[in-house]
Design a binder for this molecule. Structure first.
Ligand code: HXC
Length: 517
């Protein structure tokens, strides 16, 4: 065998060695836990044969606690680039079979390299987390490595989409990288995220809690909002990442891809002309409206189980990607509160950062009253949503279906927050507050003095309804551009979005904003 052939053989052997990470036994143990390996995850995620790996031969440099006697090619993370539906993406996947995927100086260096490349090329970054956290033997070098990644997450925010899959442990300071990214997807039963684990919790607070109860996928998807999606298994998580990317542009200077639309743009939905109940206190399901108007009824909901009084997610109109925001009358009457405001505000800002138009469907009775909300800072959280809509420069199309009361009227993409096209259904009620509250404020003395308080209340409420429970007052002032037939909503939104395609609007130059965090 020639010298060169020997060297090629050695390369192939080294590659094979790198590909088994921490070894067959640990791969087996990973599989037994119901998890895939880093390389298997990458292979499932990327278009077949598209993966190009970086830094396969990187090894750690630490000598503490005898760790220098144990070393693996690639050092606990697989990194590189490839394509998803033909579009470039950068990826890193922590390899739990090598020191539990724990983060070393060199592991961080590998992650930073793909993030830097992604920024130069203007392509999304996907990180698959499955790690025991900072590699304990590395001490401060592991912490430094984390902080280097965080810094890059921050600079990449709003420049390229960043998506985190949490497919295993993600604890301690490690949680902050996913927290800084745009979307977190957690697998049920096999992933968890927390700052301090159950043992520390027990010591400090005395609480007995399992890993799942403390930071499992369902907890973060429904209670904390840290996870945008909780999926049954890794396959579902991976196909979700691919689907999510199809709605997004590669970076903040591009637009999301437009796909061919086979759903007629002028499709009439007669059912929408009769969906609003006679009593304005009765709910209906906003999902039915969304499903009826978007292309082929397809809606990728984000934060499905968190703050269900507002619905957010991606859909398409005539093939164009949009961010949908809609109050849900079926849940807490669609009221705005702390969690729904935060949820929608971050989504609106994401869409604005990535040139994705916003379509807002309004049916909101106002902000939720009470001490729990006020003590929790609903003023500041509500202001986040107000801020997000007000600063957004993407096309904003809004349809008011029914209630739009008080501060919530202003917040929900109103004309006054530079809403481009604001339509209303004939069932819209746009006023300072609902009839009963208004009559209580305006006529409480008359009602108290009357021999028939119920009659006078009913009469005054009817007068109020006649005056305000309609869209025409707002339309009279031009705050509503047109009152539209509900069954025609899809067509009117598509027309509006077409008209807004060349929209140019910039905010005043500033170092950065100071939104009410
Ligand atoms: C070095 C680690 C490690 C770590 C795991 N391993 N975590 N090595 N540093 N942080 C190694 C184990 O020694 C073991 O090596 C292998 O990875 C697999 O770990 P197991 O414990 O056998 O796996 P499992 O039973 O599944 O438990 C997983 C785990 C547990 C729950 C994650 O390993 C664990 O509790 N690890 C420590 C977690 C932790 O406290 N990390 C520090 C968090 S603080 P062998 O050779 O046996 O295969 C932090 C600060 C970051 O991260 C701050 C950033 C700002």
């Amino acid at each position: 065998m020639s010298n060169q052939l020997e060297k090629v053989k050695e390369l192939i052997q080294l590659r094979d060695k790198a590909r088994i990470g921490g070894g067959e036994k640990r791969i087996e143990s990973q599989h037994k836990k119901g998890k895939y390996t880093a390389r298997e995850r990458i292979a499932m995620l990327l278009d077949e044969g598209s993966f190009e790996e970086f830094d396969m031969f990187v090894t750690h440099r630490c000598t503490n606690f005898g760790i220098d006697k144990e070393s693996y090619l690639g050092d606990g993370v697989v990194t590189g680039y490839g394509t998803i539906m033909g579009r470039l993406v950068y990826i890193y996947a922590q390899d739990f079979t090598v020191f539990g995927g724990s983060l070393s100086e060199t592991l961080a260096m590998k992650v930073c390299k793909v993030m830097d490349q992604a920024m130069k090329m203007g392509a999304p970054v996907i990180g698959i987390n499955d790690s025991g956290g900072a590699r304990i033997q590395e001490g401060v070098n592991a912490l430094a490595g984390y902080a280097e990644i965080f810094q890059r997450n921050i600079l990449a925010s709003g420049v390229v989409p960043q998506i985190s899959g949490i497919f295993g442990p993600c604890a301690g300071g490690a949680v902050y990288s996913p927290a800084l990214t745009d979307f977190n997807i957690m697998t049920k039963g096999t992933s968890y995220m927390f700052l301090t684990g159950p043992k520390v919790v027990k010591t400090v607070t005395g609480e007995d809690v399992t890993q799942e109860e403390l930071g499992g996928a369902s907890v973060h998807a429904s209670k904390s909002g840290v996870a945008h999606f909780a999926v049954e298994n890794e396959e579902e998580g991976i196909s979700l990442i691919r689907k999510l990317l199809s709605y997004l542009p590669q970076n903040n200077l591009e637009e999301a891809p437009v796909i061919a639309c086979n759903d007629p743009i002028n499709r009439l939905e007669d059912g929408l002309n009769d969906i609003i109940p006679d009593s304005s206190n009765k709910p209906y399901d906003m999902y039915e409206v969304i499903g009826a108007i978007v292309d082929n009824g397809e809606f990728l909901e984000v934060h499905k189980d968190y703050a269900q009084n507002i619905i957010i997610g991606f859909a398409r109109f005539n093939g164009q990607s949009v961010g949908m925001v809609a109050n849900q009358p079926k849940y807490l009457a669609g009221v705005l509160d702390i969690n729904s405001s935060r949820k929608a505000a971050r989504f609106v800002r994401f869409c604005d950062a990535f040139n994705i138009p916003l379509v807002t469907l309004v049916d909101v009775p106002g902000f939720l009253p009470g001490t729990a909300q006020e003590y929790g800072g609903v003023i500041l959280h509500g202001a986040k949503l107000l801020y997000a809509y007000g600063e957004a420069t993407v096309p904003k199309v809004t349809v008011t279906l029914r209630k739009s009361y008080g501060g919530a009227y202003c917040v929900m993409s109103s004309k006054h927050l530079r809403g481009d096209i604001n339509y209303a259904w004939p069932t819209a009620e746009i006023a300072v507050m609902g009839p009963s509250g208004a009559i209580e404020v305006l006529y409480s003395k008359e009602v108290a003095a009357s021999e028939n308080p119920a009659d006078i209340t009913a009469q005054k409420e009817q007068e109020y309804r006649d005056a305000f429970a309609n869209p025409y007052n707002a339309a009279k002032y031009g705050y509503i551009d047109d009152v539209i037939e509900p069954r025609n909503t899809r067509f009117r939104i598509i027309r509006a979005l077409q008209q807004l395609q060349t929209k140019k609007l910039t905010n005043p130059a500033k170092k950065h904003d100071n939104l009410p965090l």
